[in-house]
Design a protein around this ligand. Structure first.
Ligand code: NAP
Length: 640
């Protein structure tokens, strides 16, 4: 199935369509059909889901059984019109429809401010972000992209579309970045497949609602092939250093080549797409090197180690561990899980479900159903939740909650956990967090974790770890937990951006020395003294509760392409971010983050660096970043 598709002709009989409709998602199907047959009267008031309904994890967006039944009948009639060619659509703008549809979906219409962004994300009539300019092939300009993961491939697509010469340097043997590296059992994204994919490269044959690692790796391979990026990527090659040559205004890119040896070449611009969660974090626990058995990090899963029938210790209970623990528990004889801080669990009942036959059929046959489904997910899981992560100055903020909506969600999620562990009060006491929701990465799941933790051969240990010994892990209460294998689910060196690359800018300044352990950037993209150097998923561009990180990468790449356009078309050699612009921007970011759960709470989280500053997260809404990154302001830069 190609990534960009035209709907297939409908040839099925009424009964088959009726059966497929049982698998449909009606809050998106009805709008898709209304738009397709040009009859907005399908959006009947009496069929709307209850206003303000919590839509996440709620079947059919909260529509009642009677509403669902009526909606299916309407849908059948509309599909028959499409099949039989009896629809008589009147010309109408997608913009008008999108406003009516967003209101029908959730009760609140997309504002004038929001709508253009939603329409761009909808990408229903092609890709609106294809660069509308072409680099002059006679001008020598070469860009280097570091990394062929989600962001690096996206940069490659846009560079290719604009005719800019470029090379992607990738340390691994394949594309996919984190989805190539993290092969631990159970690895899966926790954003719906339709959202965790480029807006302009949607698929109608997603096998799962939430893509497992192998599916995403295939997707990124498919995208690389579809956009013909293969010839631009140098695999098994790692960038060791970047040094800006001020005289020539080029970056000297030093790489370790495939098979050994180094090579240095010039680049007029460098786009770093190395990700925030790329370098595994191994803890410093006394005696780790004395352990007699095999041990490895979750991001470097050693598939040669047979854990079947073994005693396994897992250190860490973050998003990675929460996914592999239920998988390995099926095989091991004994599993001891060391938890330092419990995570909030958010229910997604369909987390492991395959996309049913009818839903796939509808994706493939109903014009733009997939796009409207994505629109729904974008609209309902976007900025709406952000308010609950914001500190209310009038709320008696505490260690457990920061506002009334935050407290309400805490109560709901606490009930969810307590219900799961109702038969195990000993575990319930350990797994309910005592910090505000959204201070730390929440885990999306469907109950398998709790079911696993309750198994007799699984033990949850919350006493702090004192040391690792030759045959296991000892906790501070003196207990020895014997293990044949230790798995570290201990996360990543997220705040050490670009580690271990050496980046030297104007005046011989080393980027890591300039940052001094406290990375920051303008828009998360540019840094003073490092001209023509652009980061994707850089400092303060991670989102916590609102949407998919791919949206952010699309915004960042839009901005970078605007910068390159100015360099190439206006004949500048280099652009360097003004320090005062950068500093004022970061003051605002810091003030914003202090108002958010993750900046307010003192709980451990990879969102903060060693100094306690939030280096990872974006504190504002999605639309603000969209506006900021539409196009660069030349006044923000010194032109060299
Ligand atoms: P993580 O969230 O940083 O979790 C690391 C775990 O290791 C935490 O439980 C941490 O405890 C524990 N830990 C670290 N050092 C320790 C020590 N010295 N002693 C005891 N425990 C220690 O890492 P992750 O689970 O790999 O996830 C990282 C991020 O990757 C996620 O937050 C998410 O953004 C992304 N991810 C996403 C998915 C998905 O989409 N489903 C899946 C996996 C990962 P503390 O909490 O006390 O620090």
């Amino acid at each position: 199935m190609p990534i960009v598709h035209d709907p297939l002709p409908i040839t099925e009989d009424d009964d088959t369509i009726r059966r497929y409709l049982n698998d449909s998602f009606l809050p998106a199907l009805i709008p898709a059909l209304a738009h397709a047959i040009g009859d907005m009267s399908l959006l009947r008031e009496d069929l709307r889901a209850p206003e303000g309904a919590m839509t996440i994890g709620v079947e059919q967006g909260g529509m009642t059984a009677a509403q669902q039944q009526a909606a299916k009948e309407i849908a059948l009639e509309a599909i028959k019109k499409l099949r039989d060619g009896t629809a008589t659509p009147t010309p109408h703008s997608i913009e008008e429809d999108a406003r009516a549809i967003s209101r029908w979906m959730t009760g609140s219409a997309a504002s004038d401010d929001y709508l253009p962004m939603l329409l761009e994300q909808l990408a229903a009539d092609g890709d609106p972000r294809v660069p509308q300019w072409q680099a002059d092939p006679s001008k020598p300009f070469h860009a280097v992209v570091i990394g062929a993961g989600m962001s690096g491939l996206l940069a490659g697509i846009r560079l290719k579309q604009a005719g800019v010469k470029f090379t992607i340097i990738e340390k691994n043997a394949d594309v996919g970045g984190t989805w190539f590296e993290n092969t631990y059992p159970g690895a899966r994204v926790d954003v719906p497949s339709t959202s965790y994919s480029y807006s302009f490269a949607q698929k109608t044959d997603w096998p799962n609602f939430f893509s497992p690692q192998a599916v995403l790796l295939d997707y990124f391979r498919e995208v690389a092939a579809e956009f013909d990026l293969g010839g631009n990527i140098r695999f098994n090659t790692e960038v060791e250093s970047l040094t800006f040559d001020e005289g020539a205004a080029v970056w000297k890119v030093a790489v370790r080549k495939e098979g050994g040896g180094t090579e240095t070449f010039d680049a007029n611009a460098v786009v770093s797409a190395t990700g925030q969660l790329n370098r595994p974090h191994m803890p410093e626990i006394a005696g780790m090197d004395t352990f007699a058995g095999p041990s490895f990090h979750s991001a470097q899963w050693d598939h040669s180690v047979d854990i079947k029938g073994k005693r396994v210790a897992v250190i860490g209970t973050g998003a990675s561990a929460a996914q592999f623990i239920p998988e390995i528990a099926k095989e091991v004889a004994d599993l001891t899980v060391f938890q330092r801080t419990p995570a909030w669990f958010v229910p997604a009942p369909n987390y492991h479900d395959a996309v049913p036959e009818g839903q796939s059929w509808l994706y493939q046959h109903i014009p733009h159903y997939l796009h409207w489904y994505r629109f729904y997910s974008f609209w309902t899981t976007g900025d709406g939740l952000l308010a609950a992560a914001k500190v209310d100055p009038n709320w008696d903020a505490s260690e457990t909650s920061i506002s009334e909506p935050n407290d309400q969600i805490r109560a709901l999620l606490t009930m969810y956990l307590q219900a799961q562990y109702a038969d195990r009060p000993d575990l319930a006491a350990k797994v309910v967090p005592h910090y505000p929701v959204a201070s730390k990465r929440m885990v999306i799941e469907n109950g398998v974790y709790a079911a696993t933790m309750k198994q007799p051969h699984v033990h949850l240990v919350t006493e702090p770890i004192e040391k690792v010994t030759a045959d296991g892990v000892t906790t501070t209460d003196g207990a020895e937990h014997k293990a044949d294998v230790i798995i570290y689910g201990t996360g990543f060196l997220a705040s050490r951006f670009l580690t271990p690359m050496k980046v030297v800018g104007r005046g011989g300044i080393d980027l890591n020395e300039q940052w001094d352990g406290d990375a920051r950037a303008y828009m998360g993209i540019t840094v003073p003294n490092f001209p023509n150097f652009y980061m994707l998923y850089g400092p303060n561009t991670n989102i916590v509760v609102n949407g998919s990180i791919i949206y952010f990468s699309e915004c960042e790449v839009q901005y970078v392409m605007g910068c390159l356009r100015m360099l190439i078309e206006d004949g500048h050699r280099a652009m360097d971010c003004k320090t005062e612009v950068h500093d004022a921007y970061n003051e605002r970011i810091d003030a914003g983050n202090r108002q958010m759960a993750w900046g307010f709470s003192k709980v451990n989280a990879w969102y903060k660096n060693d100094k306690g500053r939030v280096t990872q997260n974006w504190p504002f809404d999605l639309i603000e970043y969209w506006h900021q990154t539409r196009e660069p302001n030349p006044n923000d830069y010194v032109w060299l």
